[in-house]
Each structure stands twice: as C-alpha cells, then as structure tokens.
Design a protein around this ligand. Structure first.
Ligand code: ADP
Length: 596
C-alpha cells in the first residue's frame, strides 16, 4: 500500500470509529456544516447520524445566533466550555454543554484558503445536561428554602414578636413563592380548655384568579422574610376570607385518636395524603378543604404536640413533592418551637404582671391598714376629748345664759355674753355630730318600703318649711320597692339633705324630694331652688369639717356618705342646669331583684 492509500485507510478508520462513538460529537467543516456526526449525537438529536451530515449548525442550535460564528471565516470561535441549547427532531429544546477543539484538516482538491496553519475544522463535544440542570435546580431550591428557614428561625426566636405575628410569619413562609410554595396553609392548635384541636388561622387565595394576581404581585419581591410579611399585608390579607372561613370549622376532639390529624400529632411525623388514600378523618378533611391531596405536619415541642399545619395545592393542583414534605417537617419543627416559646414568654410576662399587681395590692393594703389603725386611734381619742369637753361646755353655756339674764339690756357686756352663748351652742353641735360620726351604731336592718320612709322623713319638715316660705314637693315613684336597710339612718340622710336645702334658701323657695328605680338600685334625691354650690368645692362637700356656714360643723354630709356607703350605695351632688343643688344617693337592689 502506498502512502496515500495508507492515509485514506486511516481516515476511513477514524471516520468509522467517530461515527460509531456513543458520545455525542460533531465535526464542523469550514462553512459551518456538520461534516461527521457520532452515533451519540444522533441519539441526542433524535435522528440517524448520517441524516445530520451537511446540516447547517445554526439550524440545530437555539437561538441560531449562539453558533453564528461557528465555521465562519474558516475557523471556530467557540473554544471554551459553554452551555447552549439544541433542538432535537421532536422539537424539544435540550440544554447541552459544548466543548470545541478547533483543528486544521486538508481535503484533497479543497482550497482551505487563508492561513494554512489556522484551524479550519472543529470537533464539537456535546453533553446532555438536562439531568444536571434538574439537580442544580433542586439544589438551588433547597438552598433558598434553607436560607428562608434560617431567616425564619432567627426572626421567630430573635425578634420580640407577638404570638399572632409569629403565626402570620409561619403561614406566609408556608405559601410565599420564596418559601414552601404551598397554595394554602391552615394552622390548628390544641385548645386545652375544651380538649380539642381547633382551627386558628389560614392563609391562601380562594380562587385561581386571586392566586394568579397574588403570585404575580409577589413574584418580583425580594426574598427577605420581613419584606414578604409586608407584601403579604398588601397582597393577600383581603383574599384569605374564604380559607379563614374553612379553618374556623376545623374542630377535632383530642380523644378521636384515629382521626388523621390526631394521629399525625401522636406519630410526630409529617404525612402526605394522596388522592386514593382512605383513613379516618380524611373524608372530613377533604370536604373541609374541597381538595383531595394535602399534607399534615405536627407542631411538636419537647412537651408534646401543640397542633398541626395542614397545607395543600388546591388552586394549582401541583403535586406535593418529597422535597416539599421534607421542608414542611423542618419548618413545622421550627414553628412549633417559636410558637411554644412565645406562649411561654407571654405566660411568664402575665405572671410577672400578676405578681407585681399582687405586690402592689399588698403594699396598698398594708398602708390602708396602718392608716385605719391611726384613724381608729384618732377616733377613740376624739371621742374621749369630745366627751370630756361636753360637760365644761354645758357649764360655760349655762353660765353665759345666766349672765345674759342678769345683765341689763344696755349693759355692754351683754353682747359678749351673747357671743359666748352662741359659740358654745356651735361647739355643742360640733361635738354632737362628731360623737355621732365616731361611735359605731348597732341598729338592726329591716325590710321597709323605700318610698314610705322617704315620705315620713320629709313630712317631719312640713310645718317648719311652710313657716320659712318653702314649698315641699314629693315625687316618689319606686313602685313600692322594699329594701333591707336601717330606716333611721336613711331618714337621717334625707333629713340632712333637706336641712341643707332649707338653709340654702333662707328667703323661701321650693324643695323637691324624688325617688326613682334606676339600673340596679333606687335613687333618692333632694332638689332645691337655692344658689347651688361653687364648682371648686364639689369634691370637698362630703369631706369631714368642710363647711361654708358660720355655725356649720361640716360633718353632716360626711355622716350621710358614711351611712350610704355602709348600705353599699353611693352619694352624689350636682348643680341643676335649671338652678339650685341636687343631693342624691343610690341604694343597691338585692342582685336577684329586677329593676322594673
Ligand atoms: P354643714 O351643713 O354643717 O356645713 P354639711 O356637711 O351638711 O355641713 O355640708 C357641707 C357644705 O356643703 C355646706 O357648708 C355647704 O357649703 C354645702 N352644701 C350642702 N348642701 C347644700 C345645698 N343644698 N346647696 C348648696 N350648698 C350645700
């Protein structure tokens, strides 16, 4: 065999070997056409490798521009590893990794043109990277989810979020595009008061249009948890009415041990319910969710299960993948810890608050006790002093009056004796009222018709009022209500009010005594046509020793308040808009007695 023959033989051998190669390979000629294709290339592109011969490379790659330079000017410009796409005979676009090795080859009778040393052919190695791409996508999704999980755990544990905020964050991460991507999520927690697993909140659109709008809205948002929560506020909040309606109906008794939700809690393991699965409780769940497939994850803490998260893809119908389940489980674990932490934290806060309140109350009680002890000692001392003063006062008063009688009408000392006598009378009134205030009374309560004792008390003043030009009007309307009271004491209050009203209108006028049934009690009031009281003394009226009168003890209203308080009632005073003062008190009705 001559040398040329040897070369041809070698070329045939190389071509045959190339064509039979399982790896996808192409040799491109100087004008960008396929000169030879390997068997592997034919398989990748879905045709016989011989059919590929002569095909223009640009017709194979998508877009054609990605290989526009290939073969032009007699050389190949692709020399590094690149990711391109080819279209196979079936029209599918396949991602491929391409590596080119340019080389020089001469064909007999073919003018290679240009530089004889420049490569004019290209050996193109193709690798199908569909599988690798899928794996990359999975890895990227895993990474994104892990990063979100990390953010969630930092946010849930680090920030001082309320329980509601935590629950909101949990549900957002379940459904957001950057999160677990479930269409809808439902949270159920154990209610220890009635021993049930009860639906709390849910998130998710109620139909496909809403879903599309939200997903489009959220698609461009950055993946930060807090940004997601903000976008949620704007995009989803108003659309989750339907799912919240569903979640409110979700109640499962904790003793229904066979129920799927209770079982998931007991097994502490996530569960995917497929369309053909039959288990107790599954049908109820399907009717609640109107969806055949869903996943349930237990919210498990060290102390036990506190609830479950139910998630589905009811809108898109997408299958719940193993990866989804894996993350749902991880996510549920994080959420359970955060929910439990927040609950414990708030419980602790509440206990601390209760403790502080109890401590403050104890302090207040102690102070009240000390004050009461002091007041009681003061009361006793005052009683002794008052009692001791009474006898000398009687003597002084007696002597002053005797002196007055014995002095001539025009004697200048008569005026002084008169002052002594009236001042002594004033002191006697003060002592009488003071003793009345201090000494405990031991009168028995009895059932009486309220209006009757009010009328009796007012009637006693009839003559005196007439003499002073004051008209007494009675408007008693408690419909014969009977109350258990000290009649004498209550009458003392009414009389005190009437005396004050009388003193407030020395030139005559009108006093009206009214009684009415009010909410939970009986209200008695004494109105007059006097000038009323000054605004700034309103608070002091019922305080001991407050008096605007020259001869007043300032104890009358204090005693009234004390009597009414001992009956469980309240006193009041106001200036009437029509003029005059209104002094009132309300006595409570026994609890079971209706007011009308
Ligand atoms: P005293 O009558 O000895 O002054 P009270 O405790 O009965 O003591 O009354 C305290 C004060 O309340 C009176 O001095 C008066 O200033 C005011 N007050 C009581 N009733 C009336 C009334 N009907 N109109 C205006 N002021 C009144």
């Amino acid at each position: 065999m001559d040398h040329r023959g040897f070369l041809r033989r070698r070329a045939d051998l190389a071509t045959a070997g190339f064509e039979a190669a399982e790896s996808p390979m192409l040799i491109i000629n100087p004008v960008g056409e396929i000169a030879v294709a390997s068997k592997g290339a034919g398989i990748l592109l879905g045709m016989e490798n011989r059919e590929l011969m002569g095909m223009v490379l640009e017709n194979l790659f998508v877009p054609p521009s990605s290989v526009a330079d290939c073969g032009k000017d007699g050389h190949c410009s692709i020399s590094v590893l690149r990711q391109l796409q080819v279209r196979n005979a079936g029209g599918d676009v396949i991602p491929v990794e391409v590596q080119c090795s340019p080389f020089m080859a001469h064909y007999e009778g073919e003018d290679t043109g240009g530089d004889p040393d420049r490569p004019n052919h290209c050996l193109m190695l193709l690798a199908d990277i569909r599988e690798r791409n899928h794996e990359d996508e999975m890895r990227a999704a895993r990474l994104a989810k892990l990063s979100l999980l990390n953010q969630v755990s930092e946010a849930l544990y680090g920030a001082n979020l309320s329980l509601d905020q935590i629950i909101e964050a949990v549900l957002i991460c379940m459904t957001a595009g950057q999160g677990l991507r479930f269409n809808r999520a439902f949270l159920l927690l154990v209610n220890e008061t009635n021993d049930t697993l009860q639906g709390e909140v849910a998130i998710g659109p109620s139909n496909a249009e809403e879903a599309l709008r939200i997903w489009q809205d959220l698609a461009d948002q950055a993946g930060d948890l807090f940004e997601m929560m903000t976008s949620y506020d704007q995009s989803i909040k108003k659309t989750d009415v339907a799912v919240n309606e569903i979640v409110r109906n979700m109640i499962v008794p904790m003793d229904d041990l066979e129920h799927i939700l209770i079982r998931v809690m007991a097994d502490r393991h996530v569960l995917r319910v497929r369309g053909d699965m039959a288990m107790p409780g599954v049908d109820t769940m399907r009717s609640w969710l109107s969806c055949k497939e869903f996943a349930v994850a237990p919210l498990t803490t060290r102390a036990g299960s506190i609830g479950v998260i139910v998630a589905d893809n009811a809108i898109s119908g997408a299958e719940i993948s193993d990866l989804d389940l894996e993350f749902l489980q991880m996510f549920a674990n994080q959420s359970a810890g955060a929910i439990e932490n927040s609950r414990l934290y708030h419980e602790l806060e509440q206990r601390l608050l209760d403790l502080r309140r109890a401590h403050q109350k104890q302090k207040d009680d102690q102070e009240t006790l000390i004050r009461m002890e002091r007041l009681s000692v003061m009361g006793e001392t005052s009683a002794i002093v008052a009692h001791e003063l009474r006898n000398p006062l009687v003597a002084i008063g007696g002597f002053a009056r005797t002196l007055m009688r014995n002095l001539q009408e025009d004697d200048p000392n008569r005026h002084f004796a008169d002052i002594i006598s009236s001042e002594v009378t004033r002191m006697e009134t003060i002592i009488h009222d003071l003793l009345d205030f201090i000494r405990p009374k031991k009168r028995l309560r009895k059932e009486v018709v309220v209006d009757r004792i009010v009328a009796e008390a007012a009637d006693r003043f009839q003559a005196e009022l007439e003499g002073k030009g004051i008209r007494l009007e009675m408007d008693l309307k408690t419909e014969g209500k009977v109350l258990e009271i000290h009649p004498g004491e209550i009458q003392q209050v009414i009389q005190n009010y009437i005396v004050n009203a009388m003193q407030a209108q020395p030139g005559g006028g009108r006093i009206e005594v009214r009684s009415r049934l009010v909410d939970g009690g009986v209200r008695i009031e004494v109105r007059d046509d006097g000038p009323g009281f000054a605004k700034d003394v309103g608070e002091k009226l019922f305080s001991p020793f407050f008096s605007t009168k020259t001869t007043g003890s300032g104890l009358g209203l204090t005693i009234c308040a004390q009597i009414i308080k001992s009956h469980g009632g309240i006193t009041g005073a106001m200036n009437s808009p029509e003029g005059g003062a209104v002094f009132s008190f309300i006595l409570p009705l026994p609890r079971s007695t209706p007011t009308a």
